[in-house]
Design a protein. Sequence first.
Length: 156
Amino acid sequence: MILGDTDVSDETQSQIQIEHVFKASAQRVFDAWINPAIIRQWMFGTRIREETVLNIRTDAQVGGSFSFSVERNEQIIDYVGEYFIVDPPQRLVFTWAVEENSTESDHVIVDFKSDKSACRLTLVHNLNSHRLGHPADIFQDWAKMFAVLEKVLAGR
């Protein structure tokens, strides 16, 4: 199911799909997903929500992992995952979890397609059963991050 401007009413939704066209090359958009200096500008921090970025670490290779640590509401949250496919600049596939629940990870697929002078990104976020009650929130988080990434890629 593609969620977009439509109302998300199915609280048992197990998959979120979102598309966004960036006015940048597929390589630049792909790099924004694996470069810690760029990730901290669009995925986390005050441009997204009230939080402080503590550490962003990536080892973007098959079998490599990532850790994105933030402090939010006086709590440290560490988002972790493992890369299964790293195919620049076309595809990333990885798990996504909060460290304390890392055995209950989501599965994320990101495809990057060149579209003239732009990149069409398609993200499919498969939710683990522990997160099925929050598809609209997760969709909105990705949409907000993509809006910020658009600005980062434009140099704003």
